[in-house]
Design a protein around this ligand. Structure first.
Ligand code: 5AD
Ligand code: SF4
Length: 453
């Protein structure tokens, strides 16, 4: 048996914010069992990889890291645990092809990690990828929030939409909603600890319904926004299909809900959206954007775009470019279509050659860059509110942070602005970020890690 109280662990996280939040819970579960965090995989006794399966590329990252960890295991005896979406998707295969993995654990089973790790090292991997129906608060365990400044609070998990390209319903399972009292308890504890920003998480947050009372997302947002303390509240991800007008109304009611929204469009072409089984047409999406902008003229929007979905013609692709021109997103995340096992689209023939996908992706990105550069230029000379998050990657004398619209801002400051709201005068811009100088620190010192629940 492995003694967890003598074990150190390291977690490598791929994928979305949900995975980042899950890694905080994995850390919480391991620490409650006595393990301590190591500064690197090399220095650890247990290396956990929290994986993402959303695209082929994210999965490949796991396999190359596993190659390195295998060599490390041969030298130092490091235990290897594979968690997350790839573990769930390839549960049997993964261990059969790579028997050097010690633990394979899916997103519903992190509370079992201590017993799995304790029993590991005896040859065959310990596997726990069973599914649970409904939300189990008791199984979630405490999260170790690495930063009390900006904290995630999961409100739902899973997805019932079955978009034709998407593996998530197979990795995260059906929609499960966290009871409202548990959401509120976590939000209140974070507010007491001094969190400046709270981000509500779920694969489809606007589908939220409290399992007890049936209370929907707009009311949840009202309740969270009424908690005094956190300056900013955000939520991710919304689905356009179920994004009703009550949500922009709830956002507009509270000044602590950020004027910012991530609303995945995927394609600007109605026939492609139909083939993707998205459940809305281009016009429906545009109508939702109009409602949002009427309620909050200053709102900053971001989106996800897939290019080269099977059957996408050049004209259909141009519709995506024209949607970007019409909407003028503050930021986009764009991807080449990648077939995923088990999905409806993977069963159809993919007739868009790789070279065409590649060219369309660079066109989308170049076009969006010009839009972003223009949008950013209009901010030069203005003073905006920024939440300081750290040092600039390039220059330690320069701090970085995010605006309410989630734009990256690099700025000079005389006091320490990390973890605090700062007024920053914008002096320069590029397509990816803004530059500026702090003119005032708004509030008291940043909360410390010790104050975190
Ligand atoms: N291929 C390419 N991109 C995908 N996404 C999801 N599945 C795929 C896929 N099979 C993108 C979507 C989604 C984001 C998280 O990843 O744009 O919104
Ligand atoms: Fe990746 Fe989706 Fe899993 Fe997040 S939920 S880690 S995006 S596959």
């Amino acid at each position: 048996m492995i003694d967890l109280s003598r074990l150190t662990y390291y977690i490598e996280t791929f994928g979305c914010q949900m995975n980042e939040n899950d890694s905080e819970r994995i850390a919480g579960v391991l620490e409650a069992a006595g393990a301590r965090r190591a500064p690197s995989a090399e220095a650890s006794g247990l290396a956990v990889i929290n994986t993402c399966a959303v695209r082929g590329k994210s999965e490949e990252k796991l396999y190359s890291l596993l190659g390195r960890l295998r060599a490390m295991k041969a030298r130092r005896g490091t235990l290897i645990a594979v968690a997350g979406c790839v573990a769930q998707l390839h549960r049997e295969d993964l261990g059969a092809k790579r028997p050097f993995i010690d633990v394979i654990v899916g997103p519903d089973n992190y509370h079992r990690l201590p017993e799995l790790v304790a029993a590991a090292g005896g040859g065959a991997p310990q596997v726990s990828t069973g599914r649970t129906r409904g939300w189990r608060e008791a199984d979630r365990g405490p999260a170790v929030h690495p930063s009390p400044v900006s904290a995630y609070v999961t409100i739902m998990e899973g997805c019932d939409n079955f978009c034709a390209y998407c593996v998530v319903p197979f990795t995260r399972g059906r929609e499960k909603f966290r009871p409202l009292p548990a959401v509120m308890a976590e939000v209140e504890a974070l507010a007491r600890a001094g969190a400046r920003e709270i981000q509500l998480l779920g694969q489809n947050v606007n589908a939220y319904r409290d399992p007890e009372s049936g209370t929907g997302f707009a009311v949840l947002l009202d309740r969270v926004a009424a908690v005094a303390g956190p300056g900013w509240i955000r939520f991710i991800t919304s689905h356009p299909r179920s994004f009703g007008p009550e949500i922009p109304a709830a956002m507009a009611r509270s000044r602590s809900v950020c004027r910012q929204l991530h609303l995945p469009l995927q394609s600007g072409s109605t026939p492609v959206l139909e083939r993707m089984k998205r459940g809305y047409a281009r016009e429906d999406y545009l109508a939702k954007i109009r409602i949002l902008r009427e309620a909050m003229p200053e709102i900053q929007l971001s989106t996800d775009i897939i290019v080269g979905f099977p059957g996408e013609t050049e004209d259909e692709f141009r519709e995506t470019l024209s949607a970007l021109a019409e909407i003028r997103f503050a930021n986009i995340f764009s991807f080449r279509y990648s077939p995923r096992p088990g999905t409806a689209a993977a069963r159809a023939e993919d007739d868009v050659p790789f070279e065409v996908k590649r060219r369309r992706l660079s066109e989308v990105q170049a076009f969006q860059n010009t839009i972003q550069a223009e949008l950013h230029r209009t901010l030069v000379g203005r003073t905006i509110r920024v939440l300081g998050t750290g040092h600039s990657r390039r220059d330690a004398a320069v701090y970085s942070g995010r605006s309410e619209g989630r734009q990256v801002v690099n700025f000079s400051a005389s006091g320490d602005p990390v973890g605090r709201f700062v007024r920053v005068r914008i002096t320069g811009s590029g397509p990816y970020s803004l530059r500026g100088e702090a003119v005032a620190l708004e509030d008291g010192p940043a909360p410390s890690v010790d104050s975190c629940p």
